[in-house]
Design a binder for this molecule. Structure first.
Ligand SMILES: Nc1ncnc2c1ncn2[C@@H]1O[C@H](COP(=O)(O)OP(=O)(O)OP(=O)(O)O)[C@@H](O)[C@H]1O
Length: 396
């Protein structure tokens, strides 16, 4: 047995590919963020008020996923905090701390007090924050990342409360930085929250292929051994990620996973084939993740599409609905309306699992032509792994 472990250990030690893989991992915070100079300057110039002991305006940051919003925000705050000691900051990812209770508790704990896991009302937690802040002489910057996720679940009341803290204190001690990749989400906020949170708004545009190439080059030098990676491989990863709305995370993942694939195959260079395999592997993981978190009836609609496409090349919305209704009756004896199924089809289209093209059928009106946008086996695996009732459709 221990031979196996020794074998694995020695293969890790003698990596032909990586000098230091950690530089490509998602949680690594780089020391430089090229092509985000404007955003860094803009955020820093707002936060510089802290140097005068004054509360900076709240900032609302938005931009598509992987455009550097989190990395830039944390970078500016940590650099500024090295020089300016009159403030502290707390970073909360509201997808993880996803209830108003957890957010308030995180703030209190960061301010140095313990909070039980449950059992206190949010009103009491809020009072405690006010009390602690009253006794302190510093300004607190609260970063709320991925706020759309939390607001979709619990509404924007917590944001309203947080933006009210300063008036309840009678002195401005809190500044909020909200981050989201859902641009439409901003329009759905309560206008009071929007105007308060959006005192300053900063947009992060997607990276283009050349910018991604530059970002990847700098990381590749740190992460890979010499001669492992060529310029054409970097260009390929950058081009693929640029097509995918300029997502730096996707570009870095491609590079890392391609390196891992090359390593597993005992190669000493990363090839184009490794990158293509990496693309498929990443896409498979993404699809699996999306499907496993879908609500039950969305999974069922997807199952209906798979069943229907066994006999036809594409399906209309009406056909999907009929198949869905039949299998829903069979396994749960309840089903949602055709209108809802139509919404679900739009949602599945938006996340790239299916394509639902509107077609005009003359006097028969409009319908959608539904097809799969990703590999069928990945969808079946995700459905079967994540829901026993739906799995039973495949085991019958
Ligand atoms: N300009 C850059 N230079 C180097 N690395 C970058 C740059 N921009 C982003 N990255 C890296 O890309 C990854 C994604 O960045 P980040 O998490 O900041 O994106 P985001 O816009 O917050 O995405 P999301 O909305 O999905 O949370 C991180 O690993 C980050 O270090």
């Amino acid at each position: 047995m221990s031979d196996i472990i020794d074998d694995v250990l020695s293969s890790v030690r003698s990596s032909l590919i990586f000098k230091n893989r950690q530089y490509l991992l998602p949680d690594y915070i780089p020391n430089e963020l090229p092509h985000r100079e404007d955003q860094i300057r803009k955020i820093a110039s707002i936060l510089v008020q802290l140097n005068r002991g004054e509360r900076p305006n709240n900032i609302f940051i938005y931009g598509l996923t992987g455009t550097g919003k989190t990395a830039v925000t944390r970078f500016v705050l940590s650099k500024l905090n090295e020089k300016v000691k009159t403030f502290s900051y707390i970073y909360i990812n509201t997808r993880q701390s996803d209830t108003p209770y957890r957010i308030l508790a995180d703030i209190i704990e960061d301010l140095g007090e313990k909070v039980p896991f449950t059992g206190i009302s949010t009103a009491e937690l809020y009072r405690r924050i006010i009390k602690i802040l009253n006794s302190k002489n510093t300004i607190l910057v609260i970063v709320l990342d991925e706020i759309d996720a939390m607001v979709k679940k619990h509404g924007d009341d917590i944001l309203y409360k947080l933006t009210r803290i300063n008036s309840d204190l009678n002195i401005s001690k809190i500044s909020i930085i909200g981050i989201t990749n859902d641009v439409k989400f901003v329009d759905n906020l309560d206008p009071r929250v929007r105007s308060s949170l959006g005192e300053e708004e900063i947009v992060f545009p997607p990276y283009n292929a050349e910018e991604l190439e530059d970002i990847l080059n700098r990381r590749a030098i740190l992460a890979f051994k010499e001669n492992v990676i060529s310029e054409s491989i970097i260009k390929l990863c950058a081009a693929l990620a640029a097509r995918d709305h300029g997502d730096a995370r996707r570009a870095l993942d491609l590079l890392r996973v391609a390196g891992e694939i090359a390593e597993r195959s005992g190669e000493s260079k990363i090839t184009e084939v490794d990158v293509q395999k990496a693309r498929i592997e990443i896409e498979r993981d993404r699809v699996y993740e999306i499907i496993s978190t879908l609500p039950f009836h969305s999974k069922l609609v997807l199952a209906a599409i798979l069943k229907g496409l066994k006999n036809k090349n594409s399906l209309t919305t009406g056909e999907v609905y009929e198949i869905y209704k039949n299998i829903a009756k069979l396994i749960v004896s309840e089903y949602v309306t055709q209108r809802r199924v139509s919404d679900i089809l739009n949602e599945l289209d938006m996340v790239g699992i299916i394509t639902a093209k509107v077609i005009n059928r003359g006097r028969y009106g409009k319908t959608k032509e539904v097809n799969l946008a990703v590999d069928e086996d990945t969808i079946i695996k995700a459905l079967v792994d994540n829901d026993d009732k739906i799995a039973s459709l495949w085991n019958r």
